[in-house]
Design a protein around this ligand. Structure first.
Ligand code: GDP
Length: 200
């Protein structure tokens, strides 16, 4: 599989045709600063698809990008990469935080959106937080498939990586897949791409 081209399509805030035009969505969600934008850039090989280091909480829309893929058998297909706003940023006002949460949960609970997979991006130094657990609960309740994308492994030494694997396995069991990678060094980005695009 390789991505031939990725282009911005639309910022979504409510019902619109792209939600269910038959193109499968791969949605990315994560707390502000986990490296969600860097991850999207690394996956697509476009350094400036999404701006890195944005002021947390600035993005208030769900950004849809269309990626054209070439599959193993050389067939081509398209998916939407869906960039959900970063959540859990403490410095936003309560009203702003609630508005963001409402938008994110509206999408995650959407009964007819073509969501093929949700990729929950976490920071390997921080691990799974209660915010992530809340998202996981909603996804499970609505039968949405998800994986955990564990970013920034370049920051961990061997011992911390081992401890992280143990705690992730303990918390997630064998039903939820996770991939450890670095969006900065690109280490194991290929594994993340495989995990994401496998079912497409
Ligand atoms: P977002 O808020 O989740 O979209 O995060 P960004 O992609 O804007 O990244 C937040 C910060 O983390 C930036 O300073 C990035 O350079 C840094 N960052 C992102 N990915 C990695 C990574 O894999 N390793 C390291 N060390 N830093 C990263």
């Amino acid at each position: 599989m390789r991505i031939l081209e990725t282009t911005f399509v639309q910022g979504v805030v409510d019902e619109t045709a792209v939600l269910y035009d038959g193109t499968p969505h791969i949605a990315f969600i994560g707390r502000s600063n986990v490296g969600k934008s860097s991850t999207l850039n690394a996956i697509t090989g476009k350094r400036k698809l999404v701006k890195v280091g944005q002021t947390p909480g600035k993005t208030r829309e769900i950004n849809f990008f269309k990626a054209r893929l070439e599959l193993e058998d050389k067939q081509q297909t398209s998916v939407y990469l869906v960039d959900l706003p970063g959540y859990g940023y403490a410095k936003l006002s309560k009203t702003q935080r609630n508005q963001l949460k409402e938008l994110i949960f509206w999408y995650l609970k959407h009964p007819t959106a073509d969501t093929a997979l949700v990729c929950i991006v976490i920071d390997s130094k921080v691990g799974i937080t209660d915010h992530d657990r809340e998202i996981i609960e909603v996804l499970n309740a609505h039968d949405k498939k998800f994986i955990i994308a564990v970013n920034k492994i370049d920051k961990l030494n061997q011992k911390s990586r081992h401890a992280l694997v143990q705690s992730l396995t303990q918390e997630l069991g064998d039903t939820t897949a996770y991939v450890m990678y670095s969006a900065t060094t690109n280490k194991h980005i290929n594994l993340l791409q495989e995990a994401i695009f496998n079912g497409i």
